[in-house]
Ligand binder design. Structure first.
Ligand SMILES: Cc1cc2nc3c(=O)[nH]c(=O)nc-3n(C[C@H](O)[C@H](O)[C@H](O)COP(=O)(O)OP(=O)(O)OC[C@H]3O[C@@H](n4cnc5c(N)ncnc54)[C@H](O)[C@@H]3O)c2cc1C
Ligand code: SF4
Ligand code: SF4
Length: 405
């Protein structure tokens, strides 16, 4: 059976291939708006009758339909893809390093772009001030703005819902987002020349997957806190990894360690597109920043040390300029085999994906098309992966819902 791609936005969502990037809302704001569905996932809701033909431009860049990366680095690794350099780094500014998710590399690079005038603003995301458990897209104009929005948000995020607003400004900008968002922006750039002109770089985190909002809600339920009472929901940071911290309007505060938060894998509520993610390692980006704990497990809190993978000459030039300016500090060099050790889950996933996608095709489900991501070369032909994916697809485990307004 040949693999088929989804033919409409509804098809993408209902088959579990939507990650809620927000591109539908950016490109077709008269037809789609991002809403939380009943499963706690940000998904496009139709504003009127659905017209798949009118959505062709969205589908041409949607991560549920297409995934690709153009190799532009000077080196290459079968697992970790095309790259320029891999090394340890952290923010030069102590406050950024402390507040950030890991060592503050993404924030420091964003701040450097603004301070140096290479970019006028950064499109990224931050806690919604009115609903701090939720995340919304933002544009940061100053280094202080970017620093105030440092930190990983583990729930749904739709950064690309801000893409058209960003482009309409007609100013040079950078994006900090997830690897799937980077793929969507690169695919979109083939049809929108403003991206080549205005988008300076795309910076991403290496990504183990985005939970639905139920993961965060479960934390509140356990603590007996109502979402309306929140003033702060910080997933990590203030140390590396730092605690998950919750504060309420009546002055209560709660903390959970990273291990307490993530010990039970069954409760992670990772979205389906993440389990099928062909590029969680940022191959479509200019720079990817990662955690570098042995076997992906923090041994306790430390000052913050990122791994940095520069993917393109532009990404390499940015990192070098930030180091020269003192905005970034460079540590030891890394190799792809170091990354196998830091991120064993990414290695397993990359090798398993071709079998998972075949399982979906056997179940009669559409899958995304992929190029430049080496899924077929890395295929382990694991019959259990294939049968497991087919069984989950047939049982409805991958099904998802289009929200209503
Ligand atoms: C959902 C998720 C899963 C992750 N899984 C892994 C993993 O498996 N392995 C690994 O090495 N690292 C993982 N990380 C990355 C890690 O937590 C750090 O983000 C990364 O090391 C960068 O650290 P930093 O200190 O440079 O980031 P910071 O300087 O704190 O900057 C973070 C930037 O990312 C943006 N951002 C935060 N959350 C999101 C989001 N959900 N969507 C889009 N943009 C966001 C912020 O706006 C900010 O600009 C994950 C992060 C997230 C959000
Ligand atoms: S992945 Fe993005 S572009 Fe595709 S349907 Fe979901 S929100 Fe829209
Ligand atoms: S695992 Fe992949 S699909 Fe999921 S949020 Fe991360 S980059 Fe996007």
């Amino acid at each position: 059976m040949d693999a088929q791609q989804p033919t409409s936005i509804r098809d993408v969502v209902e088959n579990g291939l939507c990650i809620g990037c927000g591109l539908c809302e950016a490109l077709a704001p008269d037809r789609w708006v991002m809403r939380m569905n009943s499963e706690g996932r940000l998904r496009p809701a139709p504003l009127g009758s659905e017209e798949p033909d009118a959505d062709a431009s969205v589908l041409a860049a949607c991560p549920g339909v297409i995934a690709e990366a153009e190799p532009r680095g000077h080196k290459s690794d079968p697992i970790w893809g095309s790259y320029m350099h891999m090394h340890e780094a952290w923010a030069g500014e102590a406050n950024i390093r402390f507040r950030a998710a890991t060592g503050g590399v993404l924030t420091a690079l964003g701040a450097h772009l603004l301070k140096s005038g290479r970019a006028q603003f950064i499109l990224h995301c931050a806690a919604d001030p009115d609903h701090p458990m939720r995340t919304r897209w933002v544009m940061s104009e100053t280094a202080q703005d970017v620093a105030s929005r440092a930190g990983s948000r583990y729930g749904p995020s739709d950064t690309l819902a801000g893409l058209e607003v960003a482009l309409a400004r007609g100013e040079r900008f950078a994006i900090i987002a997830k690897p799937c968002d980077a793929g969507a922006v690169r695919a979109r750039a083939k049809y929108d020349p403003r991206l080549d002109e205005l988008l300076v770089v795309v910076l991403v985190m290496v990504c183990g997957g985005a939970s639905d909002l139920g993961k965060s809600q479960a934390v509140l339920d356990e603590l007996g806190v109502k979402e309306d009472d929140l003033t702060l929901f910080r997933y990590r940071g203030h140390g590396n990894p730092g605690p998950t911290r919750i504060e309420t309007k009546d002055g209560r505060s709660f903390e959970k360690t990273y291990q307490e938060m993530w010990a039970d894998e069954a409760g992670w509520r990772i979205q389906t597109r993440c389990k099928l993610c062909p590029d969680a390692i940022g191959e479509a980006a200019d720079v990817a920043a990662a955690d570098i704990w042995p076997d992906a497990n923090p041994e306790g809190d430390d000052e913050g040390f990122n791994g940095v993978i520069t993917r393109t000459p532009e990404g390499q030039a940015l990192v070098e300029a930030a180091i020269a300016a003192g905005d970034l500090v460079k540590g030891a060099d890394h190799s792809p085999r170091d990354y196998d050790h830091f991120q064993p889950h990414q290695v397993r996933k990359k090798r398993a994906l071709a079998a998972r996608l075949r399982g979906l095709t056997h179940a009669g489900r559409p899958v995304y098309a992929h190029t430049g991501l080496r899924l077929d070369e890395l295929d382990t032909h694991d019959p259990e992966e294939e049968a497991g994916a087919e069984q989950r697809a047939r049982s409805g485990r991958f099904d998802d819902k289009v929200p209503s307004l």
